[in-house]
Design a protein around this ligand. Sequence first.
Ligand code: SAH
Length: 235
Amino acid sequence: MNPVARHARERACIIVYVFLMISDWASERNRMVERQIWARGIRNERVLAAMREIPREQFVPIEWREHSYDDEPLPIGYGQTISQPYMTALMVQELDLKGTETVLDIGAGSGYHAAVLSALAGKVVSIEIIPELARVAEENLGRIGRLDSVLVVCGDGSSGCSPLAPYDAISVAAAAPDIPAQLLDQLQDPGRMVIPVGSIDDQELRVITRKAGKVSTRVATLCRFVPLRGDEGWR
Ligand code: SAH
């Protein structure tokens, strides 16, 4: 075969291979939504669409990538984890986002949860206390073209991010000993917050709703998150 024809054939093979890889991830993603998310009762169409849209494999470290759509949390380095897909879906469904909100996301980690939020809200401010992970989150979000709607900030999110407050919604992805007062101060009226609260080993996912000056709390599920560090977290 002449070199030009061989080159063309190689290129065609690479294109077919990349296409098969992408469509393979897409079908894994659809299966994950059907078997883990829809099957457990998540019915908000916008949430289901966001979970089908965001390529989770882009947020999972290479050594764990083949497990991207498994029904469990996965290590992302520095002793931290990317949450189980169902937990992300449940948390964002509880925020009841319509598309225009400004959301504070605490514990950026890999950036996956922030990416899902960005598909559902107007603007996301995502804080991460570990500088290396803040960089990873920014890189991952940049790779899938989400940095126009997500701002990654490196710092202690247990006291929120007051320069950009108030927030229509606050999502906390690390377990707090109690509800941080400063987060409540930065929550808009009306506004909603989801946060795991409890001991280091066992927590409940609380949904806090502020409406017409009143704050109410309900428990969505029992859960186990990594600890929230910082001023209003575990020291
Ligand atoms: N939402 C992430 C996973 C969160 S794991 C994802 O989708 O991948 C919890 C994260 O919270 C960890 O990365 C941890 O470093 C971070 N964290 C813990 N305490 C924090 C604090 N006070 N402020 C900001 N981030 C914090």
